[in-house]
Design a protein around this ligand. Structure first.
Ligand SMILES: [Zn+2]
Length: 63
C-alpha cells in the first residue's frame, strides 16, 4: 500500500506543503520534514514524527 502524501487542510481547502520545520521538544532540538498548510500554518503531525518525539522522550527519561 502506498501512502498518499498529499493532504488538504480542513480549514483552508488547500494542499499541505512539505516544510522543514525546527522543533524544540524536552530540551532537544531537531528538524523534521512535515506537511504544513501554507495558509494557516497548521502542521500535520505524521506518525513518523510522533515516533520521533517518543524517541526523544525515551532518551530524556533515561538520563
Ligand atoms: Zn490551513
Amino acid at each position: 500500500m502506498e501512502k498518499k502524501l498529499t493532504l488538504i487542510c480542513d480549514k483552508c481547502k488547500v494542499n499541505l506543503t512539505l516544510a522543514n520545520v525546527h522543533f524544540s521538544y524536552l530540551d532537544h532540538n531537531f528538524r523534521h520534514k512535515v506537511l504544513r498548510c501554507p495558509e494557516c500554518g497548521q502542521v500535520y503531525l505524521s506518525e513518523e514524527l510522533v515516533a520521533k518525539m517518543k524517541e526523544v522522550e525515551a532518551t530524556f527519561e533515561d538520563k
